[in-house]
Design a protein around this ligand. Structure first.
Ligand code: FPP
Length: 250
């Protein structure tokens, strides 16, 4: 486990600072970043991709075991066609460009969401990335694509209903763990820390079930400007929080 370095240069001792195992990020602000520079929104998304690349490797170096990012929500289809198709092309190019480096660095790639709603070439690319990186044992990097937290719960409930209908599950056997087991990535622990860039104070349908006890950290920084130092600052703040999980902590 690496020690953290805060923006002011302090090194934090990991033995006294509980590290978040799983960090989830809502990468917001690409559009505002582009507008502020008189650029097209898609240029903002390309800048966001370059940031994402830096943050993936920074997170791994900082000892994070699971990093989950919101790449395309189930609501993002409401955006103009040109932006949606541009994002699909961006994700395809990014996956093709990055896969060898991800493999070389031992990073495991997962993609969660309703993948059957995506263009076939992108699905195939995601599928191949998941298969090729499955043996990797360092950080698990999960992309939430065509993802909605409510959709995920609906899909879990449908799967449970099928098990009840075929007699393999009794309704009285349904517990929180039974629902957890039907989520898109059941073996991934819940996020400890949820970061949102660009200042909005909401969850936007992201990891609704899993974020029940996540610590929230919101920064006004727009995603393309988000740096390794910002990530370190979030981790340092996480280390100062007291997590009670509903209990009383003396
Ligand atoms: C939100 O910013 C961002 C998105 C909807 C897309 C996120 C995608 C990337 C960062 C590119 C990532 C690449 C891969 C491979 C997943 P916004 O457009 O809502 O910004 P705004 O609120 O300022 O308009």
């Amino acid at each position: 486990m690496s020690a953290y370095t805060t923006p002011s240069g302090d090194r934090l001792d990991p033995s006294s600072t509980p590290a978040p195992r799983h960090v989830a990020i809502i990468m917001d602000g690409n559009g505002r970043w582009a507008r502020a520079r008189g650029k097209d929104r898609l240029e903002g998304h390309w800048a966001g991709y370059r940031t994402l690349k830096r943050i993936v490797y920074a997170a791994d170096e900082l000892g994070i075991e699971y990093l989950t990012v919101y790449g395309f929500s189930s609501e993002n289809w409401k955006r103009p066609d040109i932006e949606v198709s541009g994002l699909m092309r961006l994700m395809l190019s990014a996956m093709r460009a990055e896969i060898e480096e991800l493999i070389a660095n031992g990073i495991r790639v997962r993609v969660i969401g309703r993948l059957d709603g995506l263009p076939q070439d992108l699905r195939d690319e995601f599928q191949a990335a998941m298969v090729r990186t499955a043996p990797n044992g360092r950080m698990t990097f999960t992309l939430a694509i065509n993802y909605g937290g409510r959709h995920e719960i609906v899909d879990a409930v449908r799967s449970l209903a099928l098990s009840v209908a075929d007699g393999s599950l009794a309704p009285s056997e349904i517990e929180e763990t039974t629902i957890q087991e039907r989520l898109y990535a059941p073996e991934t622990p819940d996020p400890d820390l949820l970061i949102r860039t660009a200042g909005e104070m909401r969850l936007s349908n992201y990891l609704l079930w899993q974020s029940a006890y996540a610590e929230l950290w919101v920064t006004p920084t727009l995603w393309p400007d988000f740096s390794r130092e910002d990530l370190s600052e979030a981790l340092a703040e996480f280390g100062r929080r007291t997590r009670r999980f509903g209990a009383v902590v003396e």
